[in-house]
Design a protein around this ligand. Structure first.
Ligand SMILES: Cc1ncc(COP(=O)(O)O)c(C=O)c1O
Length: 294
């Protein structure tokens, strides 16, 4: 697989080996920062403005100064995409509060640190899409601001490890007996032909892929409901899906070792997966570096 050689640090594209950040950076010391990951298809960033909007919101909620205008962000993102040798990319970027003597309270007059890297994009292989994946469940023990895309991911990391150790693709989370999301994705279920998902609250990350799925369901008259989804609803669902920028839409066919539905990706999943691929290809075919809506 192609190697990443060029990254972006504080306004410049530099060789990976030369990108250096102080050990006093608050991202390193406190996990005091926010991040984004944009999938890039054929060098076209998918839903870039939506990702930038979410970044602006995360920065605002974390009270970290946004160092760039929307236009500057776009220009830096395009420059980094063009610096890579491969076309399909997963463009990761983070902003931390900056470098200062260690003290919990915000330091005054510091510059945020901005780091971006773009790796080859790995979407689920066709066999995984066709056969579906396993997931396990766990109690959602994270903080109450899961709507902020924080780089402090130890909660998510520990939860994801539970499924990794079982050879499963995700850990689906319940808080007070209700579905929230998964360790690195949003969750949808299908019951009696109706797609259901928890509404966007402080308890879940407002996923960009979640929004695409919702738009596609609405544009194609697939019944959809936002509601509290109970643990019992998930365990008795006909279909369970996880969605994220890298996983796209993936069917969960085994939950805690038990079959979901008939143990195969269901018809509503297959339809949504097809719609998602068509939509993605529309953006790629357009070959334009701007948002396209459903
Ligand atoms: C906790 C969590 N929820 C949901 C998502 C899905 O978000 P998106 O569709 O914007 O990738 C992610 C993605 O990283 C995540 O980490």
């Amino acid at each position: 697989m192609a190697e990443v050689t060029k990254v972006f640090l504080n306004g410049k594209i530099v060789p990976l080996a030369e990108a250096q950040v102080s050990v006093l950076d608050r991202g390193f010391i406190f996990g005091d920062g926010v991040y984004e990951l944009i999938p890039v298809y054929a060098r076209v960033p998918f839903r870039m403005d939506e990702h930038l909007k979410r970044l602006e919101r995360s920065l605002g909620e974390a009270k970290i100064r946004n160092p760039y205008s929307r236009a500057q962000w776009r220009a830096h993102i395009y420059a980094l995409i063009d610096a890579q040798a491969f076309d399909d990319q997963g463009l990761y970027f983070q902003v931390t509060r900056g470098v200062a003597k260690r003290d919990h309270a915000f330091p005054k007059n510091i510059e945020p640190t901005v780091f971006m890297m773009s790796n080859p994009l790995v979407n689920p292989p066709a066999a995984q899409v066709e056969q579906g994946s396993a997931a396990v469940t766990a109690v959602d023990n994270r903080w109450l601001r899961c709507d902020i895309k924080s780089i402090s991911l130890i909660g998510n990391v520990l939860l994801r490890q539970l499924s990794a150790e079982q050879g499963a693709a995700e850990t689906i989370l319940f808080r007070d007996g209700k579905l929230t999301e998964a360790s690195a994705s949003n969750v949808f279920i299908v019951k009696g032909g109706v797609i259901q998902s928890p509404p966007k609250t402080n308890l879940i990350l407002p996923g960009i892929t979640y929004d695409v799925v919702v738009e596609l369901a609405r544009a194609n008259d697939l019944p959809l409901e936002f509601k509290d989804v109970t643990e019992a609803d998930v365990r008795s669902a006909d279909e369970v899906w996880v969605t994220s920028s890298s996983k796209e839409v993936l069917a969960i066919v085994e939950l805690d070792g038990k079959r979901v539905g008939d143990g195969r990706p269901g018809p509503v999943f297959r339809r949504m997966h097809q719609l998602y691929q068509e939509f993605k290809h529309k953006v790629m075919r357009a070959g334009k570096r701007e948002a396209v809506s459903a």
